[in-house]
Design a protein around this ligand. Structure first.
Ligand SMILES: Nc1ncnc2c1ncn2[C@@H]1O[C@H](COP(=O)(O)OP(=O)(O)OP(=O)(O)O)[C@@H](O)[C@H]1O
Ligand SMILES: [Mg+2]
Length: 255
């Protein structure tokens, strides 16, 4: 039986977060090539972030992380995220990867604070040798017009909790968590000490409605707490994702 790896393609890596609707096709091609090799050995679930698609629309409409929104805005966010999902799936398919986009607002729903995940489509896709892909997106609440933006980082945590993968990988445009004083990557963190590292987060210009690096670290800590190793590293480099899975090169490991 192949072990399962959950991988987030961070919006910082696969898009240029400073330019609206800019997907980095070269990065996607590299990532797809790595996965096409790795899938001989592992099963994958892919999660992707909003990058300059989702975050851009949310920022333009001054939307909060949760609340009430105009249906046209909700529709626009969903559309933007599906556009990015389609670019990814087309690139993966070209490399022979049977990517199967699952639509986040159809798999997740909210009842106030309770986030519900419909797991069967994910399990059935895996059973059928498809590679399920979810993304951060808007999720609807039982209450009329209420929404929440659920980040890819949270979806990673939900998947880890339920499916207990062998590894959880967060792919970014940086080599890991960087100590701003030394400029070096912090190579290893114990989940219990993650909180202390969140004060290393630098202010960035890139829009990120879902809490950026700090929130990512907190989700990563929750995954590591389950006994699942988390690796945060750069997937914009040649063989970046391959090396992360192989444990080669520089990255931040959270255990
Ligand atoms: N100490 C730090 N170490 C590493 N990156 C940091 C640090 N502080 C801030 N950052 C920023 O955090 C960014 C990653 O978080 P961000 O949420 O923008 O990306 P992402 O999760 O890949 O994108 P998306 O939310 O669209 O999926 C990096 O691109 C970097 O600029
Ligand atoms: Mg983010």
């Amino acid at each position: 039986m192949k072990s399962l790896i959950i991988t987030k393609l961070g919006g910082s890596a696969i898009t240029n977060k400073h330019i609206p609707f800019f997907a980095k096709k070269d990065v996607l091609k590299n990532v797809a090539r790595d996965i096409s090799i790795l899938m001989e050995q592992y099963k994958f679930i892919i999660v992707h972030g909003g990058g300059s698609y989702g975050h851009f629309i949310v920022k333009k409409n001054k939307l909060k992380k949760k609340g009430y929104a105009n249906p046209l805005v909700i529709s626009e966010i969903n559309q933007a995220m599906l556009t990015l999902s389609n670019i990814i799936s087309a690139t993966f398919l070209e490399k022979g990867i049977p990517l199967f986009t699952l639509h986040t607002p159809s798999i997740l729903s909210l009842e106030g604070k309770k986030l519900k995940m419909h797991l069967r489509p994910i399990e059935y896709a895996l059973n059928s040798n498809l590679m399920p892909m979810l993304s951060g997106n808007i999720v609807l609440d039982k209450e009329k017009n209420r929404y929440a933006i659920i980040s890819g980082d949270v979806i990673m945590k939900l998947l880890a909790k339920i499916l207990k993968p062998k590894l959880a990988i967060f792919g970014l445009n940086v080599d890991g968590l960087i100590d701003p004083k030394s400029g070096k990557v912090i190579r290893q963190i114990k989940w219990q000490e993650t909180l202390k590292f969140t004060n290393l987060i630098m202010k960035t210009q890139a829009p990120d409605i879902t809490g950026g690096m700090k929130f990512k670290l907190l989700q990563a800590a929750k995954i590591a707490q389950l006994g699942i190793e988390v690796r945060i590293g750069n997937i914009t480099k040649e063989r970046g994702l391959y090396n992360l899975v192989a444990g080669k090169g520089i990255f931040t490991k959270i255990t």
